[in-house]
Design a protein around this ligand. Structure first.
Ligand SMILES: Cc1ncc(COP(=O)(O)O)c(C=O)c1O
Length: 409
């Protein structure tokens, strides 16, 4: 039987335990939703204050030059790049995942003219596949969907680009990026990865994996704040011919000449379209300080250990109540969250939130718990499972008022 004492001892020996102090977390809360909205890094508040008070409030428009606002997308991309295993000049920060996915799909199709389809992951985050369908329709290509495990076999010489998540948002199943990319390349297609549930949570080596293009999320494990802009990776070898469809002035080679005709910027800047959301970008830049000095291999190992402990406790204490595991048991093919199934999942998640245990619900019957290694400990995991057991044992959701339709779950 796993005891709370053994979990406390694990926290005492945790080489990453110090990182929790890099975050502001509310008391009496166990935050298991960093895979949806990461916690607030302490480094952000002061940076926001300076950005608002001095840069915006006092220096006004001059801050585009004096405070480095203009260069922020590339500068922050370079700061993030080591966490992705990418070159500093291969990453930028801009727009949202869905918007960037659209840009990259069209750019990929333009890099593979004459090919007739986009291959995509069935069961991927719905927004991704809505974008795939629309981009395919616009380009006159077919959109074909197969499960992630079948992408490598399904890709053909008609495929322009294959796109899938590295870590599935629901199950947390993690793909072998290197092997899948190699299979995609064997047919001459491009590999476009969604890193939403990977960046800041697992070890990524985009260079070694051979990825062509990738998008990722700023507001989940990277803790960039609500609506933080997304990141985009374009491998250096594709940058010279990279041609994305949203040809706004921030992707222009010389935007302040205000000339007619579009001339694409060199390098990763060609991914940009519009004026960046500077406050969000600066918050994200500061948030990345929380990763300073952290080896991603240690971080991922802690994530696996936290999830592994959670699963062991679920087996021990929750299986008898009809809770089943909807994520891989094998930590080497799992991201940093765990999904459970139960017919009352919605009510359980709501009752847990009332007790300060914050996870999320994914329709129809999944409870999703994220284990952000920088600010969670092993005793947190123990306490969370004890709370889930108590909620189910007492059917605590029956005491809750009905929720309004349309709420964020
Ligand atoms: C896997 C995945 N892809 C895409 C998105 C959509 O991101 P955005 O709102 O930035 O378009 C999400 C959002 O949670 C996601 O989890």
């Amino acid at each position: 039987m796993i005891t709370r004492e053994s979990c406390v001892a694990q926290d005492r020996d945790d080489p990453l335990g110090f990182a929790r102090d890099r975050f502001e977390l509310p008391p009496s809360t166990i935050y298991l939703d960093g895979n949806s909205l990461g916690a607030l890094p302490r480094s952000v508040r002061g940076r926001m204050d300076a950005a608002v008070t001095t840069e915006w409030g006092r220096d006004l428009v001059g801050s585009w030059n004096t405070a480095g606002w203009y260069d922020a997308p590339g500068r922050v991309g370079a700061k993030l790049a080591p966490l992705l295993g990418a070159g500093a000049h291969e990453v930028t920060i801009t727009d949202s995942i869905s918007v960037n996915l659209f840009k990259l799909l069209v750019a990929a199709a333009r890099l593979r003219p004459g090919r007739t389809e986009i291959l995509a992951e069935a069961g991927n985050f719905p927004s991704d596949n809505h974008i795939v369908e629309s981009a395919a329709r616009m380009l006159g290509l077919a959109a074909r969907f197969v499960p992630a495990s079948e992408i490598a076999d399904a890709v053909t010489e008609d495929t322009a680009v294959a796109t899938l998540s590295h870590v599935n948002y629901r199950s947390a199943l993690m793909q072998d990026m290197e092997a899948v990319t190699a299979a995609i390349h064997a047919k001459g297609a491009l590999a476009l990865w969604d890193l939403a549930h990977s960046s800041g949570a697992v070890v990524l080596d985009l260079a070694r994996s051979g990825a062509d293009l990738a998008v990722g999320c700023g507001y989940k494990y990277l803790n960039g704040g609500p609506g933080a802009p997304s990141h985009v990776f374009v491998a250096e070898r594709h940058q010279a011919a990279f041609d994305q469809p949203l040809t706004g002035w921030f992707g222009h080679a010389d935007p302040f000449r205000f000339g007619d005709g579009f001339a694409r910027a060199d390098g990763i800047r060609a991914v940009l379209c519009s004026t960046p959301p500077i406050l969000s970008l600066l918050a994200f830049e500061a948030a990345l300080d929380a990763f300073h000095g952290i080896d991603m291999r240690d971080l991922a190992a802690k994530g696996r250990a936290l999830c592994g402990l959670f699963i062991a406790l679920v087996d021990e204490r929750l299986a008898r109540f009809g809770v089943s595991l909807a994520s891989p048991r094998d930590g080497t093919v799992r991201g940093s969250h765990v999904s459970l199934r139960h017919p009352e999942a919605f009510g359980i998640v709501r009752a847990l939130i009332r007790r300060g245990i914050i996870g999320d619900f994914r329709s129809p019957d999944a409870m999703r718990f994220g284990f952000a290694p920088l600010y969670l400990g092993f005793a947190d995991v123990f306490d969370a499972v004890a709370a889930i057991e108590d909620v189910i044992r007492h059917r605590a959701w029956r005491d809750l008022a009905p929720i309004e339709a349309g709420a964020v779950t």
